[in-house]
Design a protein around this ligand. Structure first.
Ligand code: AHR
Length: 553
């Protein structure tokens, strides 16, 4: 007996009849089930996809820095100057453009001076996140040796060829320390005492840090400010900052998800001292976590969360639905920013994004906030990256939370064990978009229908983005359907395809994960695709992430 889901599909198929043709005017609703059309409009550029939207976030939180990134120079774990070598090797493959450090909430408790100077003289401090650590967790997660500080972070970024993005403490340090941290990082060799301290540690050349966050989540852990209060602080911190010849791009602490009032009130206060103050802001940070899987039953932060590994089909769509809010968040905050910033000088900086599940799924049980990413999280991440690609003029930077041993991590590591998660593979697949020209593309497929608490719910049948670099077109597409593959026709407007290949990340089980014991359970597979009369057709498996690389004639 067919279930409701099958019934809806069969109905959709018969409604469309068997008249599926290459009719370009065919509406998505008229496409038969299992069929999709991707129309790439090569003459409609949207803007350059900044490599910085493929950024990462590494907070000094539990196993992220100590054990994840930093193992120490005398460790048995293979390392480069104390930094885990396998991590460097893997990250180099995804060309990470920018990494944000040291927090998160940690940032507003951090004194950068603790993390510079001779390693054995650095003070030990209680970590901001100490209260959440399990009794079995290593002391390094509770008490911070400060062994990994500004120098080590700059070195890490140097090895990755990534830009450092430092988040400054606005809640518990005076503005003077912000200026001095910039001086430490950017003042020329031999010019100041702080540049001498840097040189004394072996870093003669300035780090030339351009991106500076001015506080983090200042509406919450960053000081519980109102937007107006924060804007006043922001102005104070960022007025007349010495540049040392380095362009500085300040990022203001922005809203929590859909809190448009924060965005409006921040800008209203900023311009109280003149519209030109807007020119002193590079970006407004936006944080969005997909955490509430309660289907509207609660707003409680703990009760609303779902499980990273044990989920049904409805939970799958629920996480994707929460993540998919990114599109409307970008548009609505952009619009609110435009009420004051009419020329749209300020970019959105989505410097924390990802799903957030209840604790307990991590490979290293004592790593606070660590969760084990499944195929669901790869699909979620790919959909989010597609959203950023479609808004190149709005999103200047984005950082997935967080790089390793934490929330939506690309990598998991413990001592000498390491694995790339499905999220890491999604990032590797999408790296091809970096720096490309985003072009408009229409992704059409019948909606997915499913039963959600006794009612029919719908979810988009196909998502994606496209970018062009010279003769190389990259199309990425996500099939969010838990069980049905889609046959996708790719139609190019304004060019003809010559050669094409696909890279597909999929698994037979939507719960599939990579672990230390089975690190290759989920890996991408590449294949050539036939190009017929300039057109391409390929199958997008159920619950999959696909990249189609097309060489244009
Ligand atoms: O990513 C974990 C935490 O989530 C960050 O420290 C904070 O900024 C956010 O609330």
């Amino acid at each position: 007996m067919p279930n409701r889901r099958d019934f809806l599909r069969t109905t959709a198929t018969s409604a469309a009849g068997l008249a599926f043709t290459r009719n370009l005017c065919l509406a998505a609703s008229a496409l038969p089930a299992g069929h999709a059309r991707i129309e790439v409009l090569l003459n409609e550029p949207l803007g350059t996809i900044s490599p910085n939207v493929y950024g990462h976030f590494a907070e000094n939180l539990s196993g992220v820095i100590y054990d994840g990134i930093w193992v120490g120079a005398d460790s048995k774990v293979s390392n480069v100057a104390g930094i885990r070598k396998r991590l460097i090797d893997e990250m180099q493959k995804i060309r990470p453009a920018i990494v944000r450090f040291p927090g998160g909430c940690f940032a507003d408790s951090y004194d950068w001076r603790d993390g510079v100077g001779p390693a054995d003289k650095r003070p030990r401090r209680t970590n901001f996140w100490a209260a959440g650590e399990n009794p079995g967790a290593p002391a390094s997660h509770r008490y911070d040796s400060n062994r990994f500080g500004t120098n080590e972070f700059a070195q890490f970024c140097g090895l990755l060829n990534a830009q450092p993005y430092l988040a400054a403490n606005l809640r518990s340090l005076p503005a003077e320390q912000f200026y001095q941290w910039i001086e430490y990082c950017n003042s020329p060799a031999g010019s100041t005492t702080l540049s001498d301290v840097r040189a004394g540690a072996g870093f003669r050349d300035p780090f030339n840090v351009r991106y500076w966050g001015v506080g983090n989540e200042s509406w919450g852990c960053g000081g519980n400010f109102t937007a107006q209060e924060y804007a006043v602080e922001y102005r104070r911190f960022t007025t007349w900052v010495p540049t040392y010849g380095q362009e500085l791009s300040f990022i203001a602490s922005g809203p929590n998800s859909g809190e448009l009032d924060w965005t409006r009130e921040f800008f209203e206060e900023i311009v109280r001292k003149g519209k030109e103050r807007i020119l002193e802001i590079y970006g407004l940070s936006l944080h969005h976590y997909a955490w509430n899987l309660s289907r509207g039953k609660t707003q409680d932060w703990n009760q609303g969360k779902g499980d990273a590994l044990r989920f049904d089909d409805v939970d799958w769509y629920e996480v994707l639905r929460e993540g998919d809010r990114m599109e409307s968040l970008i548009s609505s905050h952009w619009q609110a920013m435009g009420e004051m910033d009419t020329a749209h000088h300020v970019k959105l900086v989505v410097d924390e994004w990802g799903p957030w599940y209840r604790p307990g799924s991590g490979l290293t049980p004592d790593d606070q906030l660590e969760q084990l990413p499944t195929m669901r999280d790869a699909v979620f991440s790919a959909m989010t990256l597609d959203t950023f690609n479609r808004h190149p003029e709005k999103v200047g930077i984005a950082c997935c939370a967080q790089l390793i041993n934490c929330l939506n991590s690309l990598y998991l590591a413990h001592e000498d064990k390491f694995c790339v998660t499905p999220v890491g593979h999604a990032f590797a697949i999408y790296a091809a978009h970096q720096g490309g020209q985003s072009v408009r593309a229409e992704f059409s497929a019948p909606q997915i229908s499913y039963e959600r608490d006794g009612r029919t719910a719908n979810f988009s049948g196909l998502r994606g983005s496209a970018s062009l670099r010279e003769k190389n077109l990259v199309v990425t597409a996500v099939n969010p359907d838990v069980s049905q593959p889609i046959q996708a026709e790719i139609l190019l407007r304004g060019a003809r395809a010559n050669l094409a290949s696909t890279t597909i990340l999929s698994a037979s089980d939507i719960h599939a994960v990579n672990t230390f014991d089975q690190p290759n359970a989920v890996t991408p597979k590449s294949d050539d695709v036939r190009v017929r009369e300039g057109h391409i057709s390929c199958q997008l498996p159920a619950a999959s992430v696909t990249k189609i690389e097309i060489q244009l004639a």
